[in-house]
Write a protein that binds this ligand. Sequence first.
Ligand code: CA
Length: 245
Amino acid sequence: MINSIQVLVVEDDRSVQNLIATTLKINNYPYTCVSTGKEAIQQCTSLHPDVMLLDLGLPDMDGTEIIRTIRSWSTMPIIVISARSEDASKVQALDLGADDYLTKPFSTEELIARLHTTQRRLSYLKRGEAESPVFHNGPLKIDLSLQEVSIHGEIVHLTPTEYKLLKLLAENVGRVLTYTYLTDHIWGGGISSDKISLRVHIATLRKKIGDAETDTPQIQTHMGIGYNMIRYAPEGTPVNSAENP
Ligand code: CA
């Protein structure tokens, strides 16, 4: 079955580009490969891809510059591909609005898993669930109008900060949010906007929603970068139906 999402691959390293192209071909993803930032922006306006896989170190411009340009008109998911040595630019890329990242060297399974996550997020956005006052993710339910959170139908009592954090992660489900993004949105860059208090709030939030005792945790940690909420199909729905709408 041909996947419905068109992938734009922006990578100047031939061997990495070939690996990605082969993986996409095997998994039936339509794709286009380019190796410069200029071509990437051109293809975005002519091809209208659904997802971009973006290498940060390109010969003609920095990948972060491309994200900045594209985000001025599009919310298309961008998955950054970077070398371990580019950790600072990875965080910068996420702050500028990239959705996820892959660190080189990555496995083809990892690449496909990220695409599946993005696909689930796209289908979720298309279904318009984001507009609904009730957010579902596996056993988690957030009633935004009542500001009520429940897990497997059991009400969870959260502090206002924990609720704000959970809501922010839910609104961006599948997307990696950096420490800076989270602290800026929760505390507006105020006095308590440090990583340590963020970590404490995340830890208590996780405990309350039962992340430690389940094999389907809601919140995923990205060491030195931030957190994301993992997308699950609503309880009782097989995950495949969300993956292949
Ligand atoms: Ca490169």
